[in-house]
Design a binder for this molecule. Structure first.
Ligand code: PGA
Length: 254
């Protein structure tokens, strides 16, 4: 049984004060304990956020990390700087980093390795563009984007399948499209690592996941939670998705 994980990617949203207030409200929600919950605020909000979530069930994640531990890398942050203030998770290889900031499969891998070396749990994002899907290249893209992951520790790795055409567009993958991609990724993980690692690895869906479609996507056999952008910015909708994940986990057990 894989424990569901619901992670919020806040992107470039919320000031420090807004981040703290949100987290206080989220903690007050009395969330189900059967789900791992992670929030990923902006870098500048992390220290204040760490103080708020200490002792709660909310894990804290960064949205990026550099591949070196220090050096002349203007505007970057090193993994030990994150772990020192209580950050436990990091998102790597998000499509917005790939599209707007020149992230490649190689740099994403380097960042993930540095994160794991410092003790961070890595959420590694993959996913095809609309043009790639329309050209029938979805699996080839996923294969390429995961080709180097054998260099990582599968025990501290979560995959996020985020079809680029579904991110922030209001368009979601159909349950069949999501399950097909997730099943492909799990088989891929078994070939890169082994069957036990693949069975234990959580694969999150991301791309316009919200309370109204969580009930369709979260119960899928190979979907183990979500990486949520827009709908994570509101405590009510993020909590509703967490509750939907808990209901799926309870359903699986009965
Ligand atoms: P979205 O973003 O939920 O707003 O589509 C998901 C993501 O980019 O992680």
């Amino acid at each position: 049984m894989r424990r569901p994980l619901i992670a919020g990617n806040w992107k470039m949203h919320k000031t420090v004060a807004e981040a703290s207030a949100y987290l206080e409200d989220l903690i007050a929600e009395d969330l189900p304990t059967s789900v791992d919950v992670v929030c990923c605020p902006t870098f500048v909000s992390l220290p204040a956020a760490a103080m708020v979530v200490t002792g709660s069930q909310i894990g804290l994640g960064a949205q990026n990390v550099h591949w070196d531990t220090s050096g002349a890398f203007t505007a970057e942050l090193a993994a030990p700087m994150l772990t020192e203030i209580g950050v436990q998770w990091v998102i790597v290889g998000h499509s917005e980093r790939r599209t707007f900031f020149g992230e490649t499969d190689e740099t994403a891998l380097d960042r993930a390795r540095a994160g794991q070396a410092a003790g961070l749990e890595v959420i590694y994002c993959v996913g095809e563009t609309l043009a790639e899907r329309d050209a029938g290249e979805t699996f080839a893209v996923l294969e390429r984007q995961t080709a180097t992951l054998g260099a990582l520790d599968p025990g501290h790795l979560v995959l996020a399948y985020e079809p680029v055409w579904a991110i922030g567009t209001g368009r979601t993958a159909t349950p069949a499209q999501a399950q097909e991609a997730h099943a492909f990724l799990r088989v891929r993980m078994a070939s890169i690592f082994d069957g036990a690692a693949a069975d234990g690895m959580r694969i999150l869906y991301g791309g316009s996941l919200k309370p109204s479609n969580a009930d369709e996507l979260l119960p899928l056999a190979d979907v183990d939670g979500g990486l949520i952008g827009g709908a994570s910015l509101d405590v009510g909708s993020f909590s509703a998705i967490i509750r939907a994940a808990a209901d799926c986990a309870a359903g699986d057990e009965s």
